[in-house]
Design a protein around this ligand. Structure first.
Ligand code: FES
Length: 141
């Protein structure tokens, strides 16, 4: 059976979360194994959230925030970017490929970009294979 990566997506409510909705209403196809977690702003994520997602067994994690310069909390998405770069280093030290984590920026109007992001992450994680911490993740997030 082909490996289907399970991906956790932390999405800002002002942009990526709406873009995901739009992708749905545009009936754009993207891999279904993505769990979307809605955030007030990507500035709310910290390394603990991200590491916990890996600890729970998700194969890949991405954070999607507003375009740079368009965060409703001014620099939340820039702080998120810094945390993600920091967390990538932690992952590497833990023996987990840092490519399993990524940050993307998009607007609420970018339904296609959201669908492409899920596809891109899914392809990337397929190449890497299952997370070393993988176990069956529950759908109850
Ligand atoms: Fe969207 Fe900050 S409000 S990333």
């Amino acid at each position: 059976m082909e490996f289907e990566p399970k991906i956790m997506a932390f999405c800002c409510q002002f942009c990526a979360y709406s873009a995901a909705d739009l992708a749905g209403s545009m009936r754009l196809q993207y891999p279904p194994n993505v769990r979307i977690v809605r955030l007030l702003c990507t500035g709310k994520v910290d390394p603990l959230h991200l590491l916990r997602a890996f600890q729970e067994g998700w194969d890949g994690v991405f954070v999607a925030g507003c375009l740079e310069g368009e965060c409703h909390f001014l620099a939340g998405n820039l702080h998120a970017k810094q945390w993600i770069n920091y967390t990538k280093k932690l992952l590497k030290e833990l023996g987990i490929e840092p490519e399993r984590l990524e940050m993307f920026n998009m607007s609420a109007a970018m339904g296609t970009k959201f669908a492409d992001t899920v596809k891109e992450m899914t392809e990337r994680i397929k190449k890497l294979g299952p997370s070393p911490l993988r176990r069956d993740v529950k759908d109850s997030h």
